[in-house]
Design a protein around this ligand. Sequence first.
Ligand code: SF4
Ligand code: SF4
Ligand code: FES
Length: 568
Amino acid sequence: MVKVKVNDIEVDADPKDNCILAARKAGIEIPHYCWHESLSVVASCRMCLVEVGETKPDGTVAMGPKLVPGCQTPIKEGTIIRTDSSKVKTSQQMTLELLLLNHPLDCSICDQAGECYLQDYTYKYGKAHSRLDEPKIQREDKYHIGEQIALFTDRCVMCTRCVRFTREISGTAELQVVARGSHEEIDVFPETPCNNKLAGNVVDLCPVGALCSKDFLYKKRVWWLKHADSVCTGCSTGCSVQVDQNDNKVYRLRPRENPQAQGHFMCDEGRFGFKYIHDERRIKYPRLKNPPSNVNATARSTAPSDLSFADPWPTVLAEARKRIHSAIQNDPSGFVVVLSPFMTVEEAYLLASYIKGIDARTKLTLGPVPVVGSDDLYPKGPKGESPAAGKVKFTIRAEKCPNRNGIEAILRHFEGSVIHAESLGKSSASAWFVVGGSSSGWVNEKIDQAVGTPSLLIVQDIFPSPLSERADVVFAAGSFAERDGTYVNHAGLAQSTHASIRPPEEARADGRILMDLAGRAGLFNAMALRKEIGTKIPELSAIATGDLGEHGVRLAKFVNHTAAAKSS
Ligand code: SF4
Ligand code: SF4
Ligand code: FES
């Protein structure tokens, strides 16, 4: 660490920091456009110009004669940074006036309004009037720039973050700067739109409203959105994300920076893959075959297997509990539970401890783990080849679920080993409790055959499946956006996810269903459960703190058993 002074505030900073990062540690913002922590430094926008000097051994201070870009200027012991001098303020005003010369000032119809650095910096560091009395240069908007992205060319401040992203992170290099001077603009090569699997990140990187997401365009003003910290469930990378919703509808997912997980970015599959949570086909009501005779007769006659009358859960849960106990009493080792890699650690723990608490001879298994192709590594080379080991900047993983590692830890604790439900073959189990939670049809032939037509079938899921169709009891469950809990990613990072919306109609978050089913007192509380799990299961002791922070915690001595088995 080195000591630097920013506007007379002394801070300890990393010698690898630039002036922007050092100032941030002192709580001081140096405005910037072209600089981004994950991209190379070009120092082209000049928004970050500051005064920099140093303290001489005799204690005197020598400031540099010129302003320097804070993004490109390293710090050392004794560096002095001034961001509040009249020289700096005049420079900031001039830079902003220049950037706004040809800007259309169409904030009222711009999607970025409310989270735009041109608006924010102009308000904080700019001036109220422009001296331009020439007509502004107008440029064509480019809707063709990508399947998911549109370019509002006039709004661009030519920071080139988007260009550098496609060269340095995706490696696909579709975006470029064309023309020169005040006529330069961002464009794609003919017939080569920016459609790589990470393309959506350029919208987040764009500090102004130039690159916009077509998916979100004109859907909602950003100041109406409420945010929740969550984790993408699209693959085992477990990207930290922010879920933005309004009025119980999710409008967009954006990456949440996490140096322990994926860094600053996310893939488009995860970014746009959340729509299923609002799919009309979701299971919205719990269902019970052959409900007891004391259930509302009208409801039973109009909807025999769908208890869509007010408050169906007490009936369904009481009946399910009765049937589970009776099935386990009759044939304990014939009662099989299938835990899903889409469940959270807390949900799996609740179900496992409930069933094993009735009879330890019951069997806990792991449901299908979806794997598609192989890991997709970035940045790509010129021919689309993967980067060499050590050069990987982003990975979309082949394992398309968020929590195999967390569920396996639960299974090892309660069952001693991980049994794959699919490996049971056409089993003779008499009762099954199967949990799904995947957005795509996860019931494959093997699991379908293994389950067969038992005397009791309970299914907890979000979409109908061949299993839910023939189930005796169906629990209408919650999607990732409707639940609190913990996922453990491919590298043993345990991250907490937070509910952002309510489940549709009478569906419930899985944790709440399982708390009630197990007859546990109180409301579902992920943090309290993490403390309980962490103290009882040594493999998961790292989560005993309850609060995993915004970046999560790593499991001690973590081994990715599936990866280890593959490589041996
Ligand atoms: S489109 Fe956005 S990210 Fe790209 S150069 Fe322009 S302002 Fe920067
Ligand atoms: S890489 Fe995986 S976890 Fe990250 S956004 Fe894509 S699908 Fe989601
Ligand atoms: S952020 Fe430093 S010059 Fe652009």
